[in-house]
Ligand binder design. Structure first.
Ligand SMILES: [Zn+2]
Length: 305
């Protein structure tokens, strides 16, 4: 998807074919939304959309999962060439009232330029009134916590956490299936015609958690990066033979690669082997770059070695 803050790294790092002369900021990798669908690439279910799998083959493919109208997660790659606007997503308890969808998300830093930063929560306690005054004066940046990041680090962002992606970050984003974002500040930027981007200050002020001071990056517990009711995310180092089969041709290298999963049950080496056979048994190509199987979504981290 074209974004003013995007770049070309989804081509250079992930081998995606991008339209020329565009700044591409997002690739929706696993998606079941009205405006976009993942489609099975091969084998017996070729051509089926994720929504069709979710509504017609749910139990066989995804296992025993809660009843929801759509596949509950949305997985994206983000190439932030420039800093994104400062924003917030609605927490569960406010989303309906504001006419949006709740969104809690997780970021995995696939690659980061030296000095790349994420903006997360506040540096110190602030009241809504103080924050409003800072917005009026254009000094919000003084209050926002900045964290320098490098590849391999990760962050959990519950709805209500003020945040922005800094320039030079290539992120894997795993989030609730939602597209509700309230932009609250755009760093005093204007476009070529002198116009500022549209903001959603009223809704944002209702959503922002002003007590969210100094949130930390995730400290992994072994392979588990996070265990949450919405998703569990694990990071696996694959041996080179499996990772080579999972990676697209132009990315093949004989080095370990990582894999992420939203499974709530995968653990140990036995599950890893059975995951691959599950993928095959479900009619998918186990060598596919991206596969969905039994509530598990796996994809290689294609950061260059
Ligand atoms: Zn966000």
């Amino acid at each position: 998807m074209e974004r003013m803050w995007g770049g070309r790294r989804l081509d250079s790092e992930f081998g995606k074919k991008l339209p020329p002369n565009t700044r591409i900021g997002e690739s929706w990798e696993i998606v079941d939304r009205l405006e976009a669908q993942s489609v099975v690439a091969n084998r017996p279910l070729k051509g089926k959309t994720l929504h069709e799998l979710w509504t017609q083959n749910r139990h066989d493919i995804f296992g025993d999962v809660p009843e929801t109208p759509r596949f509950p997660l949305l997985i994206k790659l983000l190439d932030a060439q420039e800093r994104l606007s400062l924003q917030v997503h609605p927490p569960e308890e406010l989303a309906a009232k504001l006419g949006g969808e709740p969104k809690t998300e997780f970021w995995y830093v696939g690659a980061a330029d030296p000095g790349a930063e994420l903006f997360l929560g506040f540096r110190e306690l602030i009241t809504r009134e103080q924050f409003k005054r800072a917005l009026d004066k254009g000094t919000v940046e003084d209050w926002v916590q900045k964290i320098r990041v490098k590849a391999g680090e990760a962050m959990f962002l519950p709805g209500g956490r003020l945040h922005a992606v800094g320039g030079g970050n290539l992120l894997v984003e795993i989030q609730q299936n939602s597209d509700t974002t309230y932009r609250v500040f755009d760093w005093n930027r204007v476009d070529a015609t002198g116009k500022a981007r549209q903001l959603h200050v009223d809704q944002a002020l209702q959503c922002i958690d002003f007590t969210d001071v100094g949130p930390h990056l995730i400290e992994p517990n072994g392979e588990v990066l996070i265990k949450h009711e919405l998703f569990e995310i694990q990071k696996w180092n694959l041996d080179s033979s499996l990772s080579n089969r999972l990676a697209p041709v132009r990315q093949r290298r004989s080095c370990p690669r990582r894999i992420l999963s939203n499974s709530s049950s995968v653990a140990g080496s036995e599950s890893r082997a059975s995951q691959k056979s599950n993928i095959a048994a479900a009619g998918y190509d186990p060598d596919a770059v991206t596969a969905v199987c039994d509530r598990r979504i796996i994809f290689p981290n294609l950061r260059r070695p």
